[in-house]
Design a protein. Structure first.
Length: 331
């Protein structure tokens, strides 16, 4: 049963999008949460925030990290006062793959058929001994030696391992702070804008089969995740501490590449391009830029949240605001 449930969850994520930062749905606004195993000691008053201003209108941009602690104390009257001024909230952009009814059903059926190795094959047969030892060590510690895990292909095995490990460490894939804020905005009837880039996926059944059967593409995620859990799990706390203090330099120094590798492996650009979906990062930034500029024109103060990774690199969302004539400063 575990395997089938995991398949449904992972396939739903693969088909519904999520190239952009995925939304957190748990509602926890205004409460004081006790943390899980990993404790963050900062008082959380100053996550990384930028102010973009143009023609008397302002956009409050807050960067979030994931994974993030399942609970964080929120004790900043200064920050609450700033957020109370927001008249609209713009979410991080999302990718939605259009499959059609039959395409979606075919892709789901393909995932169920190809999620595990055929003929009783296993991860041990497909991993180098040293790598398998690391994966096994992480699985036994965080997933308690589930035999079914070793029959899963890497695309599914990493998902099971990640959820099990983060749960034990008191973390979630998506920041609960976002859910916190969104519920607070909803209570004040602040309008929410959800930028979405919709793309038609050609031959979704073939795409799903190629995605699951390409162990070479999925293996880096599983091996990087096992290495991170075995040797660097403490970086999760360091990242959360740095984020809660707004220390972007410390965030940049804290290694969490395993999660970036895994996000990329769920939506491999080369494979998507073969099925008609190209320049995803560019399209996502474009729909967000359009949405946030329109919201800013309609409202005096707009709040926007983005993943930390969207504020640097080739697709820098802050640079997109600068190019649109906004003045930018750290808050």
């Amino acid at each position: 049963m575990r395997g089938k449930v995991a398949m449904v969850v992972v396939v739903a994520a693969m088909l519904s999008g999520g190239w952009g930062p995925e939304r957190a749905f748990a509602a926890m606004s205004g409460s004081r949460h006790s943390l899980g195993t990993v404790q963050v000691t900062a008082a959380l008053p100053t996550p990384p925030i930028w102010m973009a201003e143009r023609d008397g209108h302002a956009i409050i941009v807050m960067a979030v990290i994931d994974p993030a602690p399942a609970g964080l104390p929120w004790r900043s009257a200064r920050l609450d006062h700033l957020l109370d001024q927001a008249e609209a909230v713009v979410d991080a952009p999302e990718l939605k793959l259009r499959l059609g009814l039959f395409g979606g059903l075919g892709a789901m059926a393909t995932a169920v058929r190809h999620a595990r190795y055929p003929d009783h094959g296993s991860l041990q047969q497909h991993l180098a001994p040293k790598v398998f030892a690391e994966v096994q060590q992480a699985e036994q510690y965080y997933n308690h030696g589930d035999v079914a895990f070793y029959r899963d292909r890497p695309s599914f095995a990493e998902d099971v391992l990640m959820d099990s490990a983060l749960g034990q460490l008191g973390y979630r894939r998506h920041s609960p702070v976002v859910a916190d804020l969104l519920k607070g905005f909803a209570a004040r009837r602040v309008s929410e804008v959800r930028p979405v880039y919709q793309a038609d996926l050609e031959q979704p059944t073939a795409y799903m089969r190629e995605l699951l059967e390409d162990d070479d593409a999925a293996m880096p995620c599983l091996t990087a995740l096992a290495d991170f859990l075995d040797h660097h799990a403490g970086n999760l706390q360091a990242r959360a501490e740095a984020w809660s203090e707004g220390d972007t330099d410390a965030l940049a120094r804290t290694d969490a590449r395993a999660f970036d590798i895994c996000r990329s492996s769920h939506f491999p650009a080369t494979l998507l391009a073969r099925h008609g979906v190209t320049d995803i990062d560019g399209h996502l930034m474009a729909v967000w830029r359009s949405a946030v500029i329109k919201a800013s024109a309609d409202h005096a103060v707009v709040f926007a949240w983005l993943p930390m990774g969207a504020l640097s690199g080739a697709h820098d969302y802050l640079q997109a605001l600068l190019s649109a004539g906004f003045q930018l400063r750290r808050w």
